[in-house]
Design a protein around this ligand. Structure first.
Ligand code: C5P
Length: 234
């Protein structure tokens, strides 16, 4: 059980980030958040959490048990049983896991159950976290918030290339349709919908490669964070 906090839905995190360097990286699927957030974490010497893995691991456990990822008790039981080894599974990033993660992610009590783990991640130091609701719900007072986007077509192209590189057959039109479907579900769910926080800095990576996105992110973060974090690292 790695996510003990249940019933904290909507609890303000006002004091949760005191003295901590929290960088929130949110945005839709395949916008380049993971690559960027991992690189920011390395550069700033902060721990990194891919929060999508929490929802993927829960979705996978529900499927393993023969359940429906939309089923609330099944998702909560899966969250309660999570082990660190769940995050090392090889099948967390295939299209079936994508859809299961998006389905469990719409369950309010499941999101609440995963809050405590996310908020305590990185301890006193802080962390870089990527997801959909880091800047809006998990850490509304994060030190800096990036909202990373790209056109759906470009995201589908990247996602297809990633799947093909991993040996998974992927049709572009189908990948695009799944991305649009996941976007719609993430944006329209009543609980923690995907949207930029009011104070998020927008970063459109449609025309940027990974280096370009990183350079732009460092420019955006500089006034908020960079000197202090780099000093700490030195
Ligand atoms: O980021 P990733 O694509 O791995 O996330 C998988 C799914 O988990 C997303 O489509 C979204 O539905 C859900 N998710 C979420 N909140 C987060 C991270 C992921 O709802 N913070």
């Amino acid at each position: 059980m790695i996510a003990p906090e249940v019933g904290h839905r909507g609890v303000p995190a006002a004091s949760a980030t005191r003295g901590r360097i929290i960088i929130a990286v949110d945005g839709p699927a395949a916008a380049g958040k993971g690559t960027l957030a991992r690189r920011l974490a390395t550069t700033l010497a902060l721990p990194y959490l891919d929060t999508g893995l929490l929802y993927r691991a829960v979705g996978r456990r529900v499927l393993d048990a023969g359940g429906d990822p939309r089923d609330v008790p099944a998702a909560l039981a899966a969250a309660a049983a999570l082990q660190v080894s769940d995050f090392a599974r090889a099948d967390l990033r295939d299209p079936v896991a994508d859809m299961a993660a998006t389905a469990v992610a719409a369950i309010a009590d499941l999101r609440a159950a995963l809050l405590g783990f996310q908020r305590s991640f990185g301890g006193a130091q802080g962390a870089v976290l990527d997801g959909r609701d880091i800047g809006t719900v998990v850490f509304p007072d994060a030190r800096a918030k990036l909202f990373v986007t790209a056109s759906a077509e470009e995201r589908a192209r990247r996602r297809q290339a990633e799947l093909v590189a991993r040996g998974v057959a992927a049709d572009y039109a189908q990948v695009l349709s799944e991305i649009r479907d996941r976007d719609a579900q993430d944006e329209n769910r009543p609980v923690s919908p995907l949207r930029p926080a009011a104070d998020a800095m927008l970063l459109d990576t449609t025309a940027l490669d990974a280096d370009g996105a990183f350079a732009r992110a460092m420019q955006l973060l500089a006034p908020h964070i960079v000197d202090e974090a780099l000093l700490r690292k030195a």
